[in-house]
Design a protein around this ligand. Sequence first.
Ligand SMILES: Nc1ncnc2c1ncn2[C@@H]1O[C@H](COP(=O)(O)OP(=O)(O)O[C@H]2O[C@H](CO)[C@@H](O)[C@H](O)[C@H]2O)[C@@H](O)[C@H]1O
Length: 517
Amino acid sequence: MSIAAVNTRPLSRLNPLQRLGAPVERPVLQLRSTQDDKKKILFVTSELTDLVKTGGLADVSAALPRALAARHDVRVLIPGYTQVMQCGEPIRIVGSVMSHGDLPACKVGRLDMPDGLIIYVVICPELYERDGLPYGDEHGNDWPDNPVRFARLCMVAADIAACTAGIRWTPDLVHAHDWPTGLAPAYMHWRGLTTPSVFTIHNLAYQGNIDMSQRRALGIPMEGCGPERMEFYGALSLLKAGIAYANRITTVSATYAHEITTPAFGCGMEGFLSLKARQGLLSGLLNGIDESWEPQSCQHLISPFGPHDWAGKRANAAHVRQLFGLDEGDGPLFSVVSRLVHQKGIDLTIAVAETIVERGGQLAILGRGEPLIEDQVRRLAERFPGRVGAHIGFNETDARRLFGGSDFLLMPSRYEPCGLSQMYAQRFASLPIAHRTGGLADSIDDGVTGFLFDDATVESYRRAVERALAVHQKPQLLNAMRCRAMSGGFFWSHAIEPYDRLYQQLLGGRREVTATI
Ligand SMILES: Nc1ncnc2c1ncn2[C@@H]1O[C@H](COP(=O)(O)OP(=O)(O)O[C@H]2O[C@H](CO)[C@@H](O)[C@H](O)[C@H]2O)[C@@H](O)[C@H]1O
């Protein structure tokens, strides 16, 4: 079975010592296209780091359009959540759309970010302006009207593509992300639009499954309800709508693109995804990170640092110890920066924490998520005072200081479509210890830029932690690995290449997408 995986960043095939000695290669942004080549691309997303974020999707939605800006006119469409409406930048009304089924009439605003990124905002106070997070209240309960909320977003995307939203800007291509936007390619198809669409799966486990009885309310025609379309075990899946109707499906690493065609990772959609893969419509494109991940200039850090200049890193470590109530010292400092959900294997980290503490290590955990896992993390910190510290919550400054201050980042995810934290950590010289899955397998060079373990079990994980502890005893090797990790070319300036090729291919340009598997 073939998966059209477009040229993601291959890891070097040199032996580890050769790789450790290799010169640092810096990414170079190449502005190859002329102004005339610029295509109009509409990104449809439910999160954007500048305005509202629950995880990695927000980072990609904010960074990828900006990285593509030199080549294309990329604009973003998001719901007008309270956080968006109150962001402090003016929002001008530029369009409006009618009601449809249960989807209320709404206005479309335009928000120009200070750096020039243009964001269209779906203004519909009854759907979006409420306290809480994009998908639910502060207690983690999903909003019951989520299907209507996100169908509204998707139908505005289709209206913009059809020039029926009153906006004088019509996209050449629509790029939708994850289940909240899965209906965008579907509505475009049902309207008979020929505008090509791309649908990116950031996490297959979140599927937006709804009862069949909601079909009419959301304006889904009968033809959308078959097994080759949105039907999923008797329900309708908004995620499957994106997979079924988009011209191309991408996910965020080559390994995950393969994994989701197997029963172990396919979340029930492996058959449908295998079909798309056989048709050459499924690609794995590794995410990137933005240029702000530079430890020599990052404003969030207590002290800057660079390769071979570890004084600043030690200052960040001292700060992290203080912030997390850890004893002073210079033993190995492990960190977790993560959503606290089953996917991320936090229970496995709790199980190896004793080994870390017994061997003189310390652990700082930052994140929020499922209440049960939050409680387990709190209890772990109580069990090892001065050795394990936890902050339930999330803020960018502390996250960056943790990446900058820690020696190792723990990421035993059961599955990981791409993962960004391990890329951030490598840039900030914190070596990731991670399960060999998805994008973790594609972005960590075992024994060179981090440590990979094969099975999502405590035993396999503990062996990797022990390897890391052994490296910590050998400062020369530790520093060589840090330098190698920091030099990883994960920046979007490289990572946009396969997206650009995919867009060109769909828009009839000459550049071809190469199938590698
Ligand atoms: N509790 C919290 N609240 C808010 N932000 C938090 C947080 N904990 C961590 N973060 C931040 O969110 C980002 C985490 O991104 P990841 O890619 O590692 O995982 P996530 O599972 O959210 O993303 C999904 O989408 C991304 C993008 O494609 C894929 O890389 C990934 O594999 C997939 O699971 C980082 O910027 C991190 O600092």
